[in-house]
Design a protein around this ligand. Sequence first.
Ligand code: FPP
Length: 245
Amino acid sequence: MGTKDKIELDMENIPQHIAIIMDGNGRWAKKKRLMKKLGHKAGADVLEKITNVARDLGVMHITAYAFSTENWKRSEEEVAGIMDLLRHYLKDHIRNARKRSIKIDVIGDVTRLDEDIQQQILTLKELTKDKPGINLHIALNYGGRNELLRAIKKIAQKSNDGEIAPDDITEDYISSHLDTAGVPDPELLIRTSGEERISNFLLWQIAYSEFNFSDKLWPDYTGEDLKQAIWEYQNRDRRFGGRNS
Ligand code: FPP
């Protein structure tokens, strides 16, 4: 049932895809007088836990915003800290891939990441591609506008090469040229830390997503919070532009 009692979810109506903007790592670290990179480390650990809870509930896809095209503007030290954390995270998943049931891939323009990270991403993707469980899509050097720009360039090239005519371009055709090709649009988008913005995340894909804004800082986010967000989603009236009565 409701918010304070034990949360009872309708297991027939679990979102297939949840998008998460993991915000508040910096503030969490500051509150605890810790270095920022420890906030990001705690954030990466929470992502791990939340992915496991989501998997157990039957969610098929999580897309997590780990590094945006705008995040390069942060201090060199912070960017290096996040990249190092990413190296460790990828290494750990590569090492334990056989034991885990999570499929991991990356969305975003990975060409700007260091060569060794690109290589780790390829290795992990290959190692986990046949896993039956949840698919974790990590957004790295990701921006929704950049993704659309890259898709439009691919489509323009095909048009230029005479492979397609303008009328061949449909909404599905555009979707199939995005980084998320083949993945259903997120039914639910969660952002933590009290901020209520989209910040260039999945602009095309969230056309009909339900938004859930939590005041908690991402490292404090729990499995119960995720269940609460899903409960709220299940109790919303989704009309997709139509009417239900
Ligand atoms: C937002 O918090 C978070 C980020 C910009 C980075 C998110 C990164 C992680 C959770 C770790 C890296 C992920 C993996 C998978 C290794 P913020 O720093 O903007 O928080 P603030 O607004 O409080 O400063």
